[in-house]
Design a protein around this ligand. Structure first.
Ligand code: AKB
Length: 332
């Protein structure tokens, strides 16, 4: 540890070793690279290891430590945690809602068996563990407008079932073994420089790319399908905040977080402020529509706001402005 020598600054500087040593699984999905960037700024580049079973793009590989980690391989994961003295684990490996329905055995293996490996390793090595959950952890018998933290959860997708399982197992390990488990239920996440893969809310990312490229967008959900959504920076901010929150402020271990809710029609109107000629058409995909119809329309996140001061920065107009400033509406 280095202590600042000039006492007049009244500050203590810490070496990288005072920070958590972080592992992110499933790091090449929509959120991992952005999370690694945020955490590296805070904890130091070498304290944050991104991992996946795929080969990273060059810019990802050279921006900080990257390793192969297969969450289905218990020994491989355990070795990584031990060899790198990991103290915090962000578990992002998962198959999302639509792709999960297309391959239930794989979704069950990755989302449930993989989670069991992560939980056991986290408990054994005293890690602080973050597992994302989702609006998809609710179902048709849940109150949908708004959906509180504690209510009926009977999802009808393997994704939702696996996420309810993750919430319950994490909380069980917390109360039974003292595991420092923390979990947020994410809305649909919208990002400019990374793509979601196989979700039901993906249309809200694709519309920006198609509007810019072709001026046309074919939406697979009905125009009036209302779902909770969030800009990626808010999602990553919430994730870091809940991980840094003092344990005594957390009255729960699984929180809803919310920022905005909109329909495809409302999003299209906002996008048309930047691409007035956008032609929106609808070709409803019954599988994804049925999933969306069973999910919350509005998310009640009052517990997160009360307990650890959650506050979103982006609502719909800011989200759309930010997406176009990243993607550039003149790049057609
Ligand atoms: C999905 O659509 O499956 C995900 C989610 C809301 O969890 N984006």
């Amino acid at each position: 540890r280095q202590v600042a020598s000039d006492a007049s600054f009244h500050s203590v500087t810490f070496s990288e070793s005072d920070h958590p040593r972080v592992l992110i699984t499933g790091g090449l999905g929509q959120l991992g690279v952005g999370l690694a960037k945020l955490l590296r700024k805070r904890f130091g580049k070498n304290n944050v290891i991104l991992s996946d079973i795929r080969k990273p793009a060059d810019n990802v590989f050279y921006s900080g430590p990257f390793i192969f980690a297969d969450i289905l391989d218990y020994k491989n994961l355990r070795e990584i945690v031990v060899n790198n003295r990991i103290t915090w684990l962000f578990h992002y490996s998962a198959l999302l809602s639509a792709v999960g329905e297309a391959n239930v055995p794989l979704a069950r293996a990755v989302n449930i068996t993989g989670l069991h490996n992560v939980l056991d390793i986290a408990a054994e090595h005293n890690l602080r563990l973050f597992v994302p959950s989702t609006i998809g952890a609710f179902g048709p018998t849940s109150p949908r407008d708004p959906t509180p933290d504690l209510c009926i959860q009977r999802p009808r997708t393997i994704y939702g079932v696996s996420k309810v399982h993750a919430e319950l197992m994490g909380e069980y390990y917390h109360y039974r073994y003292g595991l420092d488990f923390r979990c947020l239920r994410y809305p649909g996440i919208i990002s400019a420089d990374s793509q979601p893969g196989g979700g039901t809310t993906d249309y809200a990312v694709q519309i920006f790319h198609d509007a810019i490229k072709t001026g046309k967008f074919k939406c697979y959900l009905r125009p009036d399908t209302r779902l909770p959504m969030m800009y990626i920076d808010d999602c990553l901010k919430a994730t870091l905040e809940v991980m840094e929150a003092p344990a005594e402020t957390l009255t729960m271990r699984t929180y809803n977080i919310s920022a905005m809710s909109f329909t495809p029609e409302e999003l299209a109107q906002e996008v048309q402020k930047y691409v007035p000629e956008l032609q929106m058409t609808y070709n409803v995909d019954q599988v994804r529509q049925a999933i969306a119809d069973s999910w919350p329309m509005n998310f009640d996140d009052s517990n997160a706001r009360r307990d650890w001061g959650w506050k979103h920065d982006y609502d719909l107009p800011e989200l759309v402005t930010t997406m176009f400033s990243y993607l550039g509406s003149d790049s057609r």
